[in-house]
Design a protein around this ligand. Structure first.
Ligand code: XMP
Ligand code: MG
Length: 184
């Protein structure tokens, strides 16, 4: 099976504008406060790097990272997530903003939000660049959402297919090419 990236779904200029807006919104909400921005590796790295540069120093921002992977068969919807890399620092009494590339079923984020709450932070919110709302299986409160997108597999701007295409500056849909078509 061959795959290729299709035409652009969200051009880099549109992403840039939206990230500026999200930064402003976050700056307003956390003005004068400390904020631990937690990026979920690896998909959120590109988005997070742009986002934090749009939050002015009126917010006391620090960065931390988590890497997660779904347990076992990805078609099973247990919602159990394995922590591959945990946070470096305690989030007790801190304001936490989880930054994720995309919300699909919501299982990953609902698990992560629950996990964060167990650590008694001051607050926890979610910022996701993309949201496939029609795929949702469990509720996730997405406080800051970049774009709602249709149920298509997308790559670029940090998102990958089999580790590829994270470096594309825009978001593209992945297409299957060749004779036998199957879902990505
Ligand atoms: P859930 O279903 O737990 O999944 O909300 C979130 C994770 O699934 C991955 N995902 C994608 N990755 N293009 C990607 O590159 C996509 O279209 C896509 N849809 C889901 C992603 O890792 C996300 O963290
Ligand atoms: Mg991801």
């Amino acid at each position: 099976m061959d795959y290729r990236v299709s035409d652009i779904l969200i051009p880099k200029e549109e992403i840039e504008k939206r990230v500026v807006d999200l930064g402003k919104q976050i700056a307003r909400d956390y003005e004068g406060k400390e904020l631990v921005v937690v990026g979920i590796l690896k998909g959120a790295v590109v988005f997070m790097a742009d986002l934090v540069r749009n939050i002015p120093p009126t917010v006391n921002v620090s960065l931390d990272f988590m890497a997660v992977s779904s347990y076992g068969d990805s078609t099973k919807t247990s919602g159990i997530v394995r922590i591959v890399k945990d946070l470096d620092s305690s989030i007790k009494d801190k304001n936490v903003l989880i930054v994720e590339d995309i919300v699909d079923t919501g299982l990953t984020l609902s698990y992560l939000v629950k996990l964060m709450h167990e650590r008694q932070p001051g607050s926890v919110r979610v910022c996701a660049l993309l949201d496939k709302e029609e795929r949702r299986k469990v509720h996730v409160d997405v406080a800051y959402r970049g774009f709602s997108i249709p149920d298509e597999f997308v790559v670029g701007y940090g998102l990958d297919y089999a580790g590829k295409w994270r470096n594309l500056p825009s978001v593209h849909v992945v297409e299957v090419t060749g004779e036998s078509r199957t879902e990505v």
